[in-house]
Design a protein around this ligand. Structure first.
Ligand code: HEM
Length: 401
């Protein structure tokens, strides 16, 4: 029997449902995969993905980090750190690192705990939807509080992001509703920035207004409104959707692997390792796209300069050449074997990793208290259809007494 044609389609149900079988074939049969329908390349082996993440001189972020953006270019009002190459990236990262120091994040623990407690106190303790009732609303509340967004707009930010990232099968580009949502987000941040310029407060928007960044010509200047709004929009998206997915993925994975949940019940000291394993096993951010600045010769193939190249971290993290029993969900696995690329790698590696780890660990801790034994209503579990973000939109659980 001949094998089915190997197709990796990031806008298909195969991707939305978790394309691990496709990734396995890509690693084995096409380590430099080319998609002739959409005209892009993809790397899936751990060593290739990790090397490409580090090689910013070959793999540029400045043309965008998703396919639609690389084709059209980054709209000027959306230019933010994630779409920059050095030296601009280095300067901007140095600035925002000051706001995201481990100490600054550690100081947020009481606030994060309080937000998590508030949302969990409001759920029906016998049956609730882990994503809709909990992991969707809490991370956006945290990040928008940090930014200084007034309470009445915080949850709205999440609905705008959902609309912008949503993709129907076959849909590459942001649709009309998505554009409208991003304009509304930008306008809300623009108005907030004007308000904080007039009346600074103890929040991130006010700190960004006061900060100075070194420009490529060596001069230091303050950030403009568009730069601050772009960064705030990025944080709202990067800081909310991904943690939402990580918690939803965790609850599904632990339902499938109850022995692993039991390990956490027996030893809460394993929570941090569990967060890393969920991140490895089912990465909320499955891929990041780059634009090749030069010809790349790899495994006997050439990726021409000027090509979109998918770096599929979701596959790298399941590569058996990097991780023993890569397809086994095991919170006790040896973490020194290979780099977990769930937070990216190299210069763009996740700015919010410490915050994401803290939020996820507190959330798991509280879920262990609330639902030491639970079962999923599998029938009503739903996955999201989204650009690069993978996971569940609905994870209904019944708490067992
Ligand atoms: C489980 C949660 C998270 C996951 C899986 C995740 C994943 C990632 C990944 C894969 C990248 C690399 C993007 C690239 O190379 O193009 C990244 C970058 C980034 N993340 Fe996260 N992220 C998470 C949470 C957060 C949070 C909570 C924040 C902020 C509050 C955040 C802010 C950022 C920013 C600003 C960047 C761009 C950094 C740069 O370009 O230098 N992320 N994240």
């Amino acid at each position: 029997m001949t094998k089915a044609k190997l197709v990796f389609d990031p806008f298909s149900a195969d991707f939305f449902d978790g394309a691990y079988e496709t990734y396995r074939r890509m690693r084995d049969e096409a380590p430099v995969y080319y998609n002739d329908e959409y005209d892009f390349y993809a790397l899936t082996r751990h060593e290739d993905v990790a090397a490409a993440f580090k090689d910013f001189e070959t793999y540029s972020s400045a043309h965008g980090v998703d396919l639609a953006m690389i084709r059209k270019g980054v709209p000027p009002e959306q230019r933010s750190i994630i779409f920059m190459d050095p030296p601009e990236h280095r300067h901007m990262r140095a600035l925002v690192n000051k706001v995201f120091t481990p100490r600054a994040i550690g100081a947020l623990r009481p606030m994060v705990t309080k937000v998590i407690d508030q949302f969990l106190a409001a759920v029906n303790p016998d049956r609730f939807d882990v994503v809709q009732d909990f992991s969707a609303p809490f991370p956006v509340e945290v990040i928008t509080r940090m930014l200084g967004v007034p309470a009445e707009h915080r949850q709205q930010v999440r609905h705008w992001i959902d609309t912008t990232l949503h993709r129907a099968p076959g849909q590459l580009e942001v649709d009309e509703a998505g554009w409208e949502a991003s304009v509304q987000t930008g306008t809300m941040y623009y108005n907030l920035i004007q308000e904080r310029r007039a009346h600074p407060q103890d929040d991130m928007i006010s700190k960004l207004i006061a900060a100075e960044v070194e420009r490529d010509d060596g001069h230091k200047t303050q950030l403009g409104d568009i730069e601050i709004a772009g960064f705030a929009t990025l944080l709202g998206g990067a800081g909310a959707e991904t943690v939402t997915k990580l918690i939803g993925n965790a609850v599904v994975l632990f339902a499938r692997n109850p022995d692993q949940w039991q390990k956490l019940l027996d030893d809460r000291g394993k929570i941090a390792a569990a967060v890393e394993e969920v991140l490895r096993y089912e990465a909320p951010s499955q891929y990041n796209v780059r634009y090749s600045l030069k010809d790349v010769h790899l495994h006997g193939f050439t990726i021409p300069a000027g090509s979109p190249v998918f770096l599929i971290g979701g596959s790298a993290n399941r590569d058996p050449d990097a991780f023993t029993d890569a397809d086994k969900f095991d919170i006790d696995r040896d973490r020194t074997e290979a780099q977990n690329v769930g937070f990216g790698y190299g210069i763009h590696s996740c700015l919010g990793a410490a915050l994401a780890r803290m939020e996820s660990a507190i959330a798991l801790e509280k879920l262990l208290d609330l639902m030491p034994r639970y079962e999923l209503n599998w029938q009503d579990c739903r996955r999201v259809n989204m650009q690069n973000v993978a996971g569940w939109s609905n994870v209904p659980v019944r708490v067992l007494r």
